[in-house]
Design a protein around this ligand. Structure first.
Ligand SMILES: Cc1cc2nc3c(=O)[nH]c(=O)nc-3n(C[C@H](O)[C@H](O)[C@H](O)COP(=O)(O)O)c2cc1C
Length: 184
């Protein structure tokens, strides 16, 4: 089964330069299956907090750019750590912008997965569950199986072959997902 070529827009939940999740996203981009473009959407910190007063016929340039990048993609993958038991605000904010206009946001109908790691035994599972719920309410088609909450304890997630295989497999599953995948 192959649905390539296609583009997967990636939203990274961490802004810090040394982010492990960002490095994971870059690894996925660099090892993507042939024909698959992994487009890491930069500049989420430049997107202002969602405000209905500035969203309408026009939107702030950074929000508009985010919407266009995601609208152009076939699938969306969030790669994120967990902050205080949920997703980082920067990711939540991106999903808010992508969810509007209601029912017609850039994320509407896009197959959506979430992966990531934190240096705890839980690997960010609450963040990932909340991201799935939020994306679903925003109109995405959440691919329930495409979720990896990888604990970054006792393992180097950037080099461990089993961990690497898990992340790559999640990307492949998302790439191969079609609505018929589940209907079959
Ligand atoms: C404000 C804040 C809150 C955090 N809360 C959690 C948390 O609830 N659960 C968790 O597993 N890690 C938590 N962490 C640790 C992050 O998962 C850790 O910093 C992680 O490495 C960030 O990912 P990054 O390397 O991609 O930046 C928190 C970190 C920060 C800065």
């Amino acid at each position: 089964m192959s649905t390539t070529p296609q583009t997967v827009a990636v939203l990274v939940g961490s802004l810090r330069a040394g982010s492990t999740n960002r490095k994971l996203a870059e690894q996925l981009r660099d090892s993507a299956p042939e024909g698959v473009v992994v487009d890491i959407v930069e500049g989420l910190d430049a997107v202002p907090f969602y405000n209905e007063d500035v969203d309408g016929e026009t939107a702030p340039a950074a929000a508009q750019a985010l919407r266009e990048r995601v609208a152009r993609a076939d699938k969306v993958l969030a790669v994120t750590p967990e902050y205080n038991g949920t997703m980082p605000a920067v990711l939540n904010n991106a999903i808010d912008w992508l969810s509007r206009p209601y029912g017609q946001g850039a994320i509407a109908g896009k197959p959506f997965g979430v992966v990531g790691t934190t240096p705890t035994p839980y690997g960010g599972k609450w963040s990932h569950a909340d991201t799935q719920r939020s994306a679903k309410i925003a109109g995405a088609v959440v691919v329930e199986d495409v979720v990896v909450s990888q604990p970054g304890v006792e393992v180097d997630v950037l080099t461990d072959p089993e961990v690497q295989a898990k992340f790559r497999s999640a990307l492949t599953q998302l790439v191969e997902y079609t609505p018929e995948t589940v209907a079959a």
